[in-house]
Ligand binder design. Structure first.
Ligand SMILES: Nc1ncnc2c1ncn2[C@@H]1O[C@H](COP(=O)(O)OP(=O)(O)OP(=O)(O)O)[C@@H](O)[C@H]1O
Ligand SMILES: [Mg+2]
Length: 155
């Protein structure tokens, strides 16, 4: 597991953006951390790497946002941004037709991923954010231990 210490919102953007360089199509990024810990900020950094032009914000009233990005080869890539904060049961996510997004060909980022319960996909990278001593400090854990590479082996 990798651990980063961010000292500002801008640094979190940078950490997330360099993390995103390792992401491949079909990957799921599960973001876990308290209110205001920086999940959306991290999503913004991933989106910056993929050259998303739309405004990235927490999908408060809709559970899902979709952004158009470009990969390293300037090929279009879709980024799905879930925020499950208001979700009362995994059934709501199921009803959304979640498989289309989770098994799609894009990058799927899920805030409050722990609320997925039994729908939590096995293969995922977990990003765990927590507060530091200072108001602008964040500890960011990047856990790739559950990431299954396209070949099937754990990467
Ligand atoms: N080092 C830092 N990294 C990230 N955000 C920071 C940092 N320092 C301060 N902040 C501030 O903390 C807030 C993080 O908000 P953000 O919306 O990213 O959190 P969140 O985890 O998505 O919250 P929510 O659970 O409400 O969706 C922002 O206002 C940001 O400016
Ligand atoms: Mg958020």
């Amino acid at each position: 597991m990798e651990v980063f210490h961010s000292k500002s919102p801008g640094e979190t953007l940078d950490i997330a953006s360099s993390f995103a360089a390792s992401l491949k199509r079909n990957e799921i990024v599960a973001l876990v951390g308290e209110l205001g810990s920086g999940k959306t900020q991290f999503v913004k950094g991933i989106c910056r790497h993929f050259k998303v032009r739309e405004q990235v914000s927490s999908p408060t009233f809709v559970m899902l946002h979709r952004y158009d990005g470009l990969d390293a080869f300037q090929k279009e890539i879709l980024l799905y941004h879930f925020d499950l904060y208001k979700v009362k049961s995994p059934a709501e996510v199921f009803d959304l037709g979640y498989e289309e997004f989770f098994r799609g060909n894009g990058i799927c980022m899920i805030e409050w991923a722990e609320l997925l319960g039994e729908l939590m996909p096995f293969s995922r990278t977990e990003i765990r954010l927590s507060f530091g001593a200072d108001e602008r400090e964040r500890r960011i854990e990047v856990d790739r231990s559950r990431r299954v590479s396209p070949g099937g082996a754990l990467a």
